[in-house]
Design a protein around this ligand. Sequence first.
Ligand code: PHE
Length: 342
Amino acid sequence: MAELIEIAGRLEGLHLFSDRASGLRAVIAVHDTRRGPPRGGTRLRAYPSLAEAADDAARLAQGMSYKFAVHGIPYGGGKGVILQDAAGASDRDLLEERLRAYGRCLERLGGHFATGPDYGITSREVDVIREVTQLAIGEHGSQAGPATAAGVRVCLEAGFARLGLELAGRRILVQGVGTVGGPLARQLLAADATVLISDPSPAGAALATELGLELVEPQDALRADVDALAPCATGQVFDAEAIANLRCRLIAGAANDQLVGGSAAAEALAAREVLYLPDFVVNGGAAVLLTARLERGSEPEVQIAEARIRATIAEVLRRADRGLTPYAAALELAEERLAQAV
Ligand code: PHE
């Protein structure tokens, strides 16, 4: 309980939901709504405890506030987490019941928070939530994955340019080849990079075979001898040990919440002369695409998202010229915009 109160203290709102009939347990964190109503994906994952799920939701919701702010999108940060368990993992019907129950929870929040795909929630699950509420975005046919991948690709390009290199010919490891990492691997290949992938799922092995790519064991991914790493799976990737073992020069990936300990990790990366591009800047493609769609009812092209990410990363790198890490520069930009909104 004390833990939950501490977590709630970092947020505007922490909502806990359960549904007796389906066994749904879910958390919705609302971080900062000074720039607009909260938006953010919902993830489906197993957690050791409710407090850990709430803590994840809180950190991810904060990331969404920063993401919307840096990219100049008029929304606030929120995030949903559905706690996965053995029953939900093995029984699709039960999972779908829980997804509909979750949709009804969104309705109970009064339409304030709208949500979309994230880790463990693809357009297929979004479609199920949409059976009961319009507050689910990123349904079947959404280009959220390719748009996010395009944003990562242009950030890799910008990062290499800063190092005086071109993307073509570089060795890039994509960690996690799901909704975003999969399209990213294809886009990087099309841009003439040498792509390696790491993903323990059967889909990872299948993609490696299909595209003829080297498949790196998960435990070797972060110390692979490559030019760049693109983490596109879970968060909390770079702790002190991982940073000490890195052999790349550039990191830009789609995973949310990559740095264990935030700014200190960003400083440690800079000290190792690794150019780290902040996750909440790099992975904004879906946020641009999904919120624009919700606002206008139109279908902006992947290119609109790509152009926005390209402009923001250029601005962040310009700010970093004052001797800041790109992470510090991006935080500064985000905080400025959040404060302006009051
Ligand atoms: N979950 C994704 C993200 O973190 C995509 C998303 C953005 C989903 C905005 C809903 C709203 O950016």
